[in-house]
Design a protein around this ligand. Structure first.
Ligand SMILES: Cc1cc2nc3c(=O)[nH]c(=O)nc-3n(C[C@H](O)[C@H](O)[C@H](O)COP(=O)(O)OP(=O)(O)OC[C@H]3O[C@@H](n4cnc5c(N)ncnc54)[C@H](O)[C@@H]3O)c2cc1C
Ligand SMILES: NC(=O)c1ccc[n+]([C@@H]2O[C@H](COP(=O)([O-])OP(=O)(O)OC[C@H]3O[C@@H](n4cnc5c(N)ncnc54)[C@H](O)[C@@H]3O)[C@@H](O)[C@H]2O)c1
Length: 472
């Protein structure tokens, strides 16, 4: 057994683990990084990157088929599904060097390509290495949840770990689960020419504001995607090419392929966490708001910490851990300014509280300001007018923003800045946006907040009237 001593041991080289390792080593800590599978984790290999690359292919196909509204003839796109998958692989390959062993070794991180498991409160075994560390960061991510639906273990099905390797376009893709994975892949496949049925046990895009989610779902349905809600899958039957999903009320949906997209399972099983005194819940490692586990030397970040499961959240967690583990400074997580976006067309984005959450937290003090994308000159030129921004405001300060529409994810950036820095609507209103940009929508939303105060206000009218009498 080779013994290694280090300051920081990071288990898992995905979005969270790589960010801790890169940050800590560049600030002078001795860092060991373990990765048992692919460098870059889910986001690079099976998640954000391949899904957004496939969405880009589908957007190109959709653009060809819907050009007439711009005065350019529609054409039926000649989709080569395998070539689209080559494009996906090419994108992964282009980004992979940033997450590679070579890059991290170049930064001074000792990278060990083995799975790690705890043998004591401060030691982890990885292959022939026994590593003892001052601080250990669990960043092992999550895996696709495979629910105990009768028949599923005998019927061939895809998950996010296999879908991007599929070379033949599914004739009819059945998707169980109408969350972000299900809906992004539904639209991508529909636009690439598959028939698509989404079977959702509750509400599709149910973690988002229902009003903004409805704008997205209307468009998906208009593109021909069948979305069945309140229909939990109860049984799966058939074989490759001829699959049936029976839902709880007895309806049966037929397709050629099946994608499971019903949520995530934290990667805990191989870690022997009981040897380290690290407690877990169903969601993941039990952590406090500074991401410390029940063993004060051990942190958990990203998907395995069981909160919001996004790459940018894993990166945000990394910053908290670096502050705490390297500098011994207090650092606590907050979700108030955390955004997320679903990259359907139109996109769906959320920052902080939804209207329902804000109402529950702030009651009558809540004001909801709205602006319809149909009033954006830029989006009229682009013919992308379906969309809405809702800003939840308490005493002049935004506490949440829900956006559906073209570039909703891009628009969300500003609101994270505003909420993170406790800025007010007056600060957004004070910004000058270049005309005609999509980003102007954010300023218009702030304008909508102030309009009734300025334009429907008898006191303002009286004052203006008085002043005008005196102005020469
Ligand atoms: C289809 C899909 C699309 C997505 N799209 C987006 C998106 O657009 N935007 C977004 O923000 N998020 C998206 N996500 C979520 C995002 O991928 C995750 O939130 C993110 O990857 C989590 O990072 P992580 O570091 O916690 O885990 P991961 O990136 O999964 O990394 C964990 C790593 O740990 C390794 N590991 C596990 N156990 C051990 C062990 N015992 N020893 C050593 N190594 C181990 C694994 O092999 C893996 O490489 C998407 C997810 C999916 C599935
Ligand atoms: N754009 C992005 O940022 C992005 C994209 C994809 C995934 N992700 C991340 O990955 C996570 C996982 O995504 P996901 O879509 O798998 O999970 P999810 O938990 O968001 O959605 C799963 C859906 O499956 C439904 N479901 C569960 N069991 C069912 C059953 N038996 N029959 C029918 N429906 C059932 C649930 O009601 C839920 O709506 C997301 O929560 C998100 O954190 C992010």
């Amino acid at each position: 057994m080779k013994k290694i001593k280090t300051d920081i041991l990071v288990i898992g080289a995905g979005s969270g683990g790589l960010s801790v390792a890169a940050g800590a080593v560049q600030m002078g800590a001795d860092v060991v990084l373990l990765e048992g599978h692919k460098m870059g984790g889910d986001c690079l290999n099976y998640g954000c990157v391949p899904s957004k690359a496939l969405i880009a292919s589908s957007k190109a196909a959709y653009g060809q088929a819907h050009a007439r509204r711009y005065g350019v003839a529609d054409v039926t796109p000649q989709v080569d599904y395998a070539a689209a998958k080559d494009h996906v692989k090419g994108v992964i390959a282009q980004i992979a060097p940033v997450d590679s062993v070579e890059r991290f070794e170049g930064l001074g991180v000792r990278v060990i390509r083995e799975f790690g498991r705890f043998v004591s409160e401060s030691e982890v075994q990885a292959g022939e290495h026994l590593i003892s560390a001052r601080r250990i960061v669990i960043a092992t991510g999550s895996s696709p949840l495979v629910p105990p639906i009768p028949g599923l273990d005998e019927v061939p099905h895809e998950t996010n770990e296999t879908l991007f390797d599929l070379r033949e376009r599914p004739e009819h893709l059945l998707i169980i689960g109408g969350g972000p994975i299900g809906m992004e892949m539904a639209q991508a496949h529909r636009r690439l020419g598959s028939a698509v049925t989404v079977i959702e046990g509750a509400k599709a895009l149910g973690k988002d504001d229902p009003e903004t989610a409805a704008i997205v779902l209307d468009q998906l349905r208009a593109e021909g995607i069948e979305i069945v809600e309140e229909a939990a899958a109860a049984e799966v039957r058939g074989q490759a090419g001829a699959i049936e999903v029976e839902v709880e009320d007895g309806r049966v949906f037929k397709g050629s392929h099946l994608l499971m997209a019903v949520g995530r399972n934290p990667n805990l099983d191989s870690l022997d966490l009981d040897k380290a005194g690290v407690e877990t819940t169903k969601a993941g490692v039990k952590v406090d708001d500074s991401l410390k586990s029940t063993n004060r030397r051990v942190y958990a970040i990203g998907d395995v910490a069981g909160g919001l499961q996004f790459t940018h959240v894993a990166g945000y967690h990394a910053g908290i851990v670096i502050r705490s583990a390297l500098f011994g400074l207090p650092a606590k997580t907050s979700t108030a300014h955390i955004p997320w976006a679903t990259y359907t067309a139109p996109e769906l984005a959320q920052v902080g509280l939804t209207e329902a959450q804000a109402r529950a937290a702030h009651g009558d003090r809540l004001e909801v300001t709205r602006f319809e994308f149909a009033h954006s000159d830029r989006l009229i030129t682009e013919r992308e007018t379906a969309g809405l921004i809702k800003v939840m405001v308490v005493k002049g300060r935004p506490v949440g923003v829900s956006i559906a529409g073209h570039q909703a994810g891009e628009l969300a950036n500003l609101w994270s800045l505003v909420i993170a820095n406790k800025l007010k609507m007056k600060h957004v209103a004070a910004m000058v946006s270049p005309y005609p940009t999509v980003g102007e929508i954010n300023k218009r939303a702030a304008g909508a907040y102030f309009s009734p105060r300025l334009f429907d206000n008898p006191t303002v009218k009286r004052i203006v009237g008085l002043i005008q009498r005196w102005v020469p």
